[in-house]
Write a protein that binds this ligand. Structure first.
Ligand code: ADP
Ligand code: MG
Length: 422
């Protein structure tokens, strides 16, 4: 069993000890106004960590603490260092997207806690999407987030010596990357005890996946990109469960999987989760077809996410060519057309990476260890299996043929085709 290093003074907090913890910290006492009585609630609905709210009469904070094991699976040890990577990610990105993440108040080296703004009345986006809530500003916000986080930590913007230093810090997030390597890129394609799927309906596709050589080569290409392509400082787990929304506001949480990796991995995670929500909608119908308007909104959102990301990223690149590559020292004004052409080729590659990674994320949520409520809340297994079959059939095509998609509209047209097939 892996040995987890535990700081000398580390203890898992509880409703009582958390009050002493807050009172021991001037910076937190100031925020929460701790002269008043504090109400502590443990709210963690996630898989991995403890999450507490501390509320005084009119102030609140949220405190997240890792346990030396996976919360939902106590015999799975997991490093406490993950909160350090989450904190460092937030710190680096707060310079450009501070308004799209919770305010961070404190990181405690002993207790490994992150104390941050309590987001309220925000709800986890995935839960909102099951209720068919339209987050009309979401595409605008998330494309600002993606374009800025990915551009400002890439070699296109940072000097190599700065980027290499960041890279060194996050290269140590070995254990959480390993979870992704196993659960996303390996296990769904082989026989593994942690896999599960809607049986017996999906048995046939599971066996097809295990025997599909082209698919297994494609997922290995993606895994190699994940291991080697250190393009930007990624969130690493950017699904709709890591996004909290109101109708007006969007905040990104939970970057404990942060690492330097391929830009398409974050974009793909997001696209996959929008696609999963799309394919799950028919399973939530009370009357057949009552999700049509919502499904249309999801597809528009998917189109907007890519198109608006691409535009924003290109603009950032054009206006801030500060890195050691494609910098202004190389080119004069007459060469701008060729440079712009090259930028578009770069983004086309990111687009194809994103589709491949999206496919991997879709497949892992249907055949791997951790599933999503989008499908899981469909109680009728036969109906759930129909939704999952359509979703995974598209994912298999996307992974093998990513490069055949010319643009995002070609993908969303395919989504409609796969969803109407029987
Ligand atoms: P895990 O890694 O264990 O999944 P998360 O960071 O996703 O932990 O947090 C678990 C849950 O706690 C979230 O789904 C959300 O409901 C709640 N939560 C986390 N951070 C905040 C916050 N800053 N404000 C309000 N709720 C939060
Ligand atoms: Mg997490």
């Amino acid at each position: 069993m892996t040995h987890v290093e535990i700081p000398k003074n580390y203890k898992p907090l509880n409703n009582e000890t958390l009050i002493d913890f807050i009172n021991g910290k001037e910076n937190l006492k100031e925020i929460i106004n701790s002269k008043q009585e504090l109400k502590i609630t443990e709210v963690g609905d996630g898989n991995l960590n403890l999450v507490f709210f501390a509320d005084s009469e009119n102030k609140s904070i949220c405190i997240k603490q890792p346990l030396p094991y996976v919360r939902v699976l106590k015999d799975w040890p997991l490093t406490l260092k993950r909160s350090f990577f989450e904190f460092e990610y937030m710190k680096i990105h707060s310079a450009h997207v501070g308004h799209l993440i919770p305010k961070i108040y404190d990181y405690d080296k002993d207790f490994c806690t992150i104390s941050m703004e309590k987001l309220s009345p925000h709800a986890i986006m995935r839960q909102g999407m099951v209720k068919r809530i339209k987050y009309i500003n979401f595409a605008e916000h998330i494309t600002e987030y993606l374009s800025k986080t990915l551009f400002f930590t890439s070699d296109l913007y940072l000097k190599a010596k700065v980027k290499r230093k960041y890279n060194v810090v996050f290269a140590d997030n070995i254990e959480l990357c390993k979870i992704t390597e196993d659960l996303v890129f390996t296990e769904p394609y082989i026989i593994s005890v942690r896999n599960r799927w809607t049986k017996p309906y999906l048995n046939k596709i599971k066996i097809e996946i295990e025997n599909n050589t082209e698919l297994k080569i494609a997922v290995n290409r993606l895994k190699l990109l994940f291991l080697t392509k250190t393009e930007s400082l990624l969130h690493g787990d950017l699904h709709t469960g890591s996004i909290m929304c109101t109708l007006k506001d969007t905040k990104i949480i939970d970057p404990e999987f942060a690492f330097y990796g391929p830009m398409g991995f974050d974009i793909g995670a997001l696209l996959a989760n929008l696609l999963i929500s799309f394919f799950s909608q028919d399973g939530h119908d009370i009357k057949k077809g009552d999700g049509e308007i919502y499904k249309k909104w999801i597809l528009e959102t998917i189109n907007n996410v890519w198109n608006s990301f691409e535009l924003k990223f290109l603009n950032l690149w054009k206006s801030n060519p500060n890195g050691d590559v494609f910098s202004s020292v190389f080119f004069n004004a007459k060469e701008e057309i060729d440079v712009e052409n090259e930028r578009k080729i770069f983004l086309k590659n990111i687009f194809h990476d994103s589709l491949g990674f999206a496919a991997a994320k879709m497949i892992r949520r249907i055949f791997g260890f951790a599933h999503n409520i989008d499908f899981e809340l469909i109680k009728n297994e036969k109906i759930r299996a129909q939704c999952e079959t359509k979703c995974s059939s598209l994912a298999i095509k996307m992974m093998v043929n990513a490069k055949e998609y010319e643009n995002i509209e070609a993908l969303t047209e395919d989504v409609i085709k796969f969803n109407t097939s029987d």
